[in-house]
Design a protein around this ligand. Structure first.
Ligand code: PMP
Length: 427
C-alpha cells in the first residue's frame, strides 16, 4: 500500500527530473521518498496524507515568522485586485528599496531580481565589470545559487549529491573560480598571491548555511575585508540566508563588517520568488541603465512579490524584539538538544547563530566543509527519518542549516527534544 505522497512522487518522476523542481527536495542524501506538502500554518506543515510536521525548513528560510503569516496573506489578497504584473515602475518597488536601505547597512542603491541565484550572479558580474578583473574567490561548501561561476566545490544540493565538478560548466568559467577553505584566511592569502591583480571579488556566506550551519571565526570576515581592500577586490556578502534573519541589518550588522555588494533572497520575498543585490552608489551606478553592466528581468519587482516582501520586512523592522525572541527560542533548542545528547553519552556538535542551527553527529568541531563532511551522515539519515516519522520536518541533508521560525514555541521545542531523546535510546 503506497501513501499518497509515494504515489505522487512516482507520478512526478515521469514528468519532472527526479520528481522535484530543486534537487535537495528529492531526499537523495537521506534515502526514501519525499513527502508532498498540501498546506502550512504557523509552525506546522501538513502533507497529502494528513500528517502534521513541526517545520524546521520554513521554505529554506523565508517563513521567518511562520507559515500563512496573516499580515502577508492579507496584503497579498488586497494586492490581487490590482492585476499581477505590469512590467513598468511602481511605487511599491520604491517603498521596498527605501525600506531595505533603512534596514541594511551599506546599501545606497538596490536592484530587485527574482531569486538568490540571480542576485549573486548579478553581483559577481558587477564586481567584474567594476574592477575589470575576472577571478572570484569562493569558499568550499558555500552555495551561491546555480550560476556557472559558483558551481565549483559548492555546498547545498551540490554537496549532498557529492558533485564536485558540474558537467556543463566550461573549463574557462571554472578556472576563474578559485576555492578557499572557510575560516582559513591563509588559504585566501595563498590564492591571492597566486593570482595577483586578477581577483575581482571574494564572495562569502557570512554565516555558512549550505554545509550545515558553520559560523565564521572571530576576525574571519574582517580579514576578508582587509584583503579585499589591499587587493582592490570587492567583498560580496551573500546574505540570501542571513539577510533580515540574523538581524534587521543581517550579518553586516551582527558582525560589524561592511561588504561592498550584498546579495539578498529568501526572507526578502516573504515566500514569493524575490532576490536583490545592492551596495554603495559608486559600485551600483555601473548597473544598466546607469552603466554598462547589463542586468534585467521581465518580472523583477513584481507587485505581488514586492507586497509580500515589503509587508514581512516592515514587521521585522517595526518589532525588533522578534530577533531577541528568535534568539531565545533557538538558544533553548540548542541547549536542550545538547543536554539530551550529553545525558545519552552521544557525541554531537551543534552550530548556531541566531535562528540558524545545525546538529552534526561528530566528536570534533565543525568549522568548514571538510569537518562538516566528516560527520556521521548515515546516523543523520536515520535521525532525519525518525524525526519525519514522528512529525518533525528537518532538512533532508546534513549539509543544510535548520531554520527556527518565530511560530515555533516551547511546545514544539519540547517535542523535538523528546523525539531526539527517543531516537538516541533506540539507535
Ligand atoms: N545563496 C545562498 C546563501 C543560498 O542559501 C541560496 C539558496 N539556498 C542561494 C544563494 C540561491 O538562492 P535561490 O535558490 O533563490 O536561487
Amino acid at each position: 500500500m503506497y501513501t499518497h505522497s509515494e504515489q505522487l512522487f512516482k507520478r512526478a518522476e515521469l514528468s519532472i527530473p527526479g520528481g522535484v523542481n530543486s534537487p535537495v527536495r528529492a531526499f537523495k542524501n537521506v534515502g526514501g521518498t519525499p513527502v508532498f506538502i498540501k498546506s502550512a500554518k504557523g509552525a506546522y506543515l501538513y502533507d497529502e496524507d494528513g500528517n502534521k510536521y513541526i517545520d524546521y525548513i520554513n521554505s529554506w528560510g523565508p517563513m521567518i515568522l511562520g507559515h500563512s503569516y496573516e499580515p502577508v496573506t492579507k496584503a497579498l489578497q488586497q494586492q490581487l485586485q490590482f492585476s499581477l504584473s505590469y512590467g513598468a515602475p511602481t511605487e511599491l518597488e520604491l517603498q521596498m528599496a527605501e525600506l531595505i536601505k533603512e534596514m541594511a547597512p551599506n546599501v545606497e542603491l538596490i536592484r530587485m531580481v527574482n531569486s538568490g541565484t540571480e542576485a549573486c550572479m548579478s553581483a559577481l558580474r558587477l564586481a567584474r565589470g567594476y574592477t575589470g578583473k575576472n577571478k572570484v574567490i569562493k569558499f568550499e561548501g558555500c552555495y551561491h545559487g546555480h550560476a556557472d561561476s559558483f558551481l565549483v566545490t559548492a555546498g547545498s544540493g551540490v554537496a549532498s549529491l557529492g558533485i564536485h565538478l558540474v558537467p556543463g560548466v566550461t573549463n574557462g568559467v571554472a578556472q576563474d573560480t578559485l576555492t578557499a577553505a572557510y575560516n582559513d584566511i591563509q588559504s585566501v592569502k595563498d590564492l591571492i598571491a597566486q593570482c595577483k591583480d586578477e581577483v575581482a571579488a571574494i564572495i562569502v556566506e557570512p554565516v555558512a548555511g549550505n554545509m550545515g550551519c558553520v559560523p565564521p571565526h572571530p576576525d574571519f570576515l574582517q580579514s576578508l575585508r582587509y584583503i579585499c581592500d589591499e587587493e582592490g577586490a570587492l567583498l560580496i556578502f551573500d546574505e540570501v540566508m542571513t539577510g533580515f534573519r540574523l538581524a534587521a541589518g543581517g550579518a553586516q550588522e551582527l558582525y560589524g563588517v561592511d561588504a561592498d555588494l550584498i546579495a539578498y533572497g529568501k526572507i526578502i520575498g516573504g515566500g514569493l520568488p524575490v532576490g536583490a543585490y545592492g551596495g554603495r552608489k559608486k559600485f551600483m551606478e555601473h548597473v544598466a541603465p546607469l552603466g554598462k553592466v547589463y542586468q534585467a528581468g521581465t518580472l523583477s519587482g513584481n507587485p505581488l512579490a514586492m507586497r509580500a516582501g515589503y509587508t514581512l520586512l516592515s514587521e521585522l523592522q517595526k518589532n525588533r524584539n522578534l530577533y531577541d525572541e528568535l534568539e531565545e527560542k533557538a538558544a533553548l533548542l540548542e541547549k536542550s538538544l545538547l543536554e539530551t545528547f550529553k545525558v545519552a553519552g552521544r557525541p554531537v556538535r551543534i552550530n548556531r547563530v541566531g535562528s540558524m542551527i545545525s546538529g552534526f553527529f561528530s566528536e570534533n568541531p565543525v568549522i568548514d566543509f571538510s569537518t562538516a563532511s566528516a560527520s556521521d551522515k548515515k546516523l543523520f539519515s536515520q535521525y532525519f527519518h525518525y524525526c519525519l516519522l514522528n512529525g518533525i520536518y528537518l532538512p533532508p541533508s546534513p549539509f543544510e542549516s535548520w531554520f527556527v521560525s518565530h511560530a515555533i514555541g516551547e511546545m514544539e521545542i519540547e517535542k523535538t527534544v523528546a523525539i531526539t531523546q527517543k531516537f538516541l535510546e533506540h539507535s
